[in-house]
Every structure is written in C-alpha cells, then in structure tokens.
Design a protein around this ligand. Sequence first.
Ligand code: HSE
Length: 435
Amino acid sequence: MKNKSIKIAMIGLGTVGSGVWKILTQQRQLLEQRIGVPIEIKWVAVKSPRKKRPLAIPKTCMVSQINSIFLDPEIQIVVELMGGVTEAKEHVLQALKHQKHVVTANKALIAECGSELFHAAREAKRDLCFEAAVGGGIPVLRALREGLAGNHLNSIYAIINGTSNFILTEMFQQQMDFSVALKKAQSLGFAEADPSFDIQGIDAAQKLAILIAMAYGVEIPAQNIHTEGIESVSLLDLQYAQRFGYQVKLLAIAKSQQGKIQARVHPTMIPENSMLAAVQAENNAVLFDGDFVGETLLYGKGAGSEPTASAVVGDIIEIARNIKAGVSEAVAPLGVNVESLRPARIEPMDMLKSEYYLRFQVTDRPGVLAKITQILSQLQISISSVYQHGHEAGGKVSVVVLTHLAKEKNLQKAIIKINQQSFVYAPTTLIRIED
Ligand code: HSE
C-alpha cells in the first residue's frame, strides 16, 4: 500500500514561500525517500488568491480564508511565512490550538513572542521549528540545539545581518560611501522592507536573542541587547582599520561569564586574518566556542529565497519524520524544557572591558593631542597607538587613538568630556576591537 502523504498548509507566498514551493515540488522524490512518505502542499493561504504569480500553483490550492486551513483535519503542519508579528502570532497560536505542528521563518515573532509560543506548543504537544529565523540557509540553530548540545558555550560571534555585511564589504572594496553602498544593497533586494532594521542592528539583535535563548536556556528580549548599527561607520574608519590590520564587521556577540551573559551588537574591528574577517558580501557566519568542541564556524547564505526555503524545508522534514515515527516534541524548540526558562542575567554594558578605536575629529592646533591624552589618562584609559593623517595647521583633522583594555564606563565618560572641548568639530567615533 502506498504511504499516506503528510499534508501541509503554507501561509504566505512571498520570497521564502515561493522557494519552499519550489523545493517541495522539485525535490518531491528525494524528500519522500528521506522521510518515508511524500509531503503534499494542500493549501497556500494568500491575501489575493487571484493574483498572477510566476509559479504554476493550482488555483484549487489557494485560499484567502486562513481559518479554513486550521479547520482542515488533514493538515498536520502549518508553515507561517507571512512575516510581521501581530497577525503571524495569532495564526501560529491558532494552528497550535488546532493541533497542527508549526514551522516559521519569522525571527521577529520568535524573538518577541517566543516564550509564549513555546508554552503554547508544549501545551498542544506539537513541534514548533524556526531554523530559518537565524542565518537563513545555514543550519545554525540545529547545530546549536543538537550537535553542540554537550557543550557550554563560552562565546558566540556572529555575522548575521547580510545587508550590513554587504554594505561594509562594498564600502571597503569599492571605496564607497555608506549611502551609496546602502542604495546598492536595496537595489539587489538584500535589505528588509524597512532597511533601518538592518542598518541599525535590530535584525541582528533579534537573531542574537534567539541564539542566546537557545545557547543558555534563557529568555532575553531583543530590546535588552545593547545594539548599535553601521550607520556611523565611515569609509575613513574602514581605511584606518586596515592600517592597523583590522576589518570592520557588524558582530553579534554573546559571552557567558560567571552566570552573566554579555549580549551586544555593534560594529567591531577584528583582525584582518581572522575567519570572520573573510566573510564577505551578504554572507553570514556564526562562530561558536564550546568548552569541549572548541571553535566551530558555520558559514553560508544568510538570506534569499532558496537558502531560507532550504532551512524551512529542513524543519518540515524534521517534523514529518517525527510524525511518521509517532513522536512530537522529540526536541523542544530551544532544546530545553520550556518550564526551565528563566530571564537572562545580562551584564550591563558599563561593565564591559574592551580595546577601543577612537576617531576624534578636531581642529589641528597645538595642545589638542595633549588634552585628549590627558582626559583619557585621567580615566585610566591607556593608549596603544596614535595616528594622525595630514597636518594642515589650523585645518580639520582626524586623530585616531587605539586603546589597551579599558572600561566601557570610563570610555563613555571620556568621550563625553572630549566632545565638549572647543577643538572638537564633530562627534567622536568609537569602534570596539575584539582580538
Ligand atoms: N535582512 C536580513 C539580512 C535577511 O540582511 O541578513 C533576513 O533575515
């Protein structure tokens, strides 16, 4: 007798949804061989079912009434690919309430409402998978939740916003200004509908919140993560970074120290010969440091229709295998019992100790450097290098200072004080260094 298919319903048929449709239809036989039963897309819920689409999807599959898919007893998996938070959350909760397993690619939804959804999944005894939410096509979450589950994570360093990485790469390689590189990223379709989420670091902070929740079994609102984007990084900073042997990347960083978690997203100078510095253009990479495994780097495409769809289909396969085996919740969404989740103890940013790159924009006149170094030394900030390019007397000039390890709290005080000096004509740029 032929194996009965597992029927799924998709909500949304945008960039990722189209990719999922393509994989499930083009790889039908391969997936059947891997799962043991065929996967069938029974419904695709869209706002306008009559709209012309490039994909040959039978009109009979299309529905506009999302409720009808929840009420269909044949549907076992609902795949949420509509984006946004409020409506998507309602649909995921409805799907779970109607005993459907859920796959979503929605990082904002998981970052903002994860805890509530995980509890709902637990109650419904259904799976909730969201691999595509972090790192697009790279199976980052599955690696963290399963392959690395025997490790305590000392640190996570991640390039998880492709748009920012693309912009920084273009700026550096083409010697372009930020605004020109941003336009290019938008024209190539990398940036989110609202690019501010990408360039202000919010997209990366949401993804980091998910990584931290999974790595440390905690609840952490993305708003509690110190977040800076790449808007204030200029071409000049990238050129100076190169002079000192660094590249600038937007890094999402988590470190676990004495029960507290450091969580931050900001432009960071990293050695130009490091693995993460080699991550160019829109690519993503996540570097885990586990206490037993050591450093493990995952690299690949962090966005785009097909890579993201690949992650969604990976989740569908996991759930389909569970259904076939007659189990659910074989692995909890975060890899830990949801009842054990506690609020994360985040180390205040003030407590950070780091090395810093500082670029002061000053009038070139006697005593300026002496005053800057005096303020820094009063706050126990020790200088490792000073660089000034050009020496047009009385003109405007950038003075670059690299520091030894210093306290963030003192650094911020020093910058406020220095920015108040009459010789400063534009706010100081600060970029943290991770060696
Ligand atoms: N806008 C995101 C990025 C892709 O640039 O990486 C979707 O998560």
